[in-house]
Ligand binder design. Structure first.
Ligand code: FES
Length: 226
């Protein structure tokens, strides 16, 4: 029910006996000034924060481009040890964008994860999954060793000692029928059962709740439709 005792304010400032009011004016000049100052303040804050925000979160939604990189003929790759191949991880920045991949031919006797067109050749990243130091393959021990904090990985890149939280990342590989060369694609991460996940950073586990605590980012490379 409407409140009959409530006083209805006149619409026009002149009817409210406000000194200096103009005829037909509905908002006082004091209030108008206040609203203008607030609007100017908001515009100034937006002018500073929106570009910074865009700069900060924009890269999260961009897709990293990648090229399939030829690394040699299939005969280059044995099944019982690794060969070193140089890969370009970031285009256009010269040597700083390059890294090492440890590669070999898939051996069904030990590579028990499901086979598909992208893992007929195994390519392991040399980046330790503790804090990112470069690991080194020791052929006599058939182990990858990290010199920084003693991380040890077995022949398949699965951690067997030290602080690394997940197996070494991998790269998609394929045999290009047009050139007859093995090619390296984008990096991906794996959990302890070698299931594929989009790339994560070192120190981010992918087993159990870890895969939800460290979800994939939009800024990772995607496989082309090939
Ligand atoms: S960075 Fe490799 S064990 Fe710490």
């Amino acid at each position: 029910m409407p409140d009959r005792h409530r006083e209805v304010k006149p619409k026009y400032t002149s009817e409210r006996n406000i000194p200096g009011a103009f005829e037909g004016e509905t908002v006082t000049r004091r209030r108008m000034m206040g609203l203008s100052v607030q609007a100017a303040g908001l515009a100034t804050v937006a002018a500073f924060t929106l570009p910074a925000l865009g700069f900060a979160i924009g890269p999260l939604f961009s897709r990293e481009p990648f090229d399939w990189q030829p690394v040699g003929p299939p005969s280059d790759f044995p099944t019982d040890t690794y060969v070193v191949k140089i890969v370009t991880l970031v285009q256009g920045i010269g040597e700083a964008g390059k890294s090492i991949a440890y590669m070999r031919k898939r051996d069904p006797a030990i590579d028990t994860e499901p086979e598909d067109q992208y893992n007929k050749f195994v390519a392991l990243s040399s980046r330790c999954m503790h804090l990112g130091c470069p690991v080194r393959y020791s052929a006599p021990a058939e182990r990858f060793i990290c010199p920084c904090h003693g991380g040890v990985y077995d022949f398949r890149g699965v951690p067997t000692g030290g602080p690394p939280v997940r197996p070494l990342d991998r790269f998609y590989t394929r045999l290009n029928p047009a050139t007859g060369l093995v090619e390296l694609g984008p990096r991906y991460s794996v959990n302890s059962e070698l299931h594929r996940f989009s790339p994560r950073d070192p120190g981010e586990p992918l087993d159990g709740i870890g895969q939800y605590l460290y979800p994939k980012r939009f800024s990772t490379s995607v496989l082309p439709n090939s």
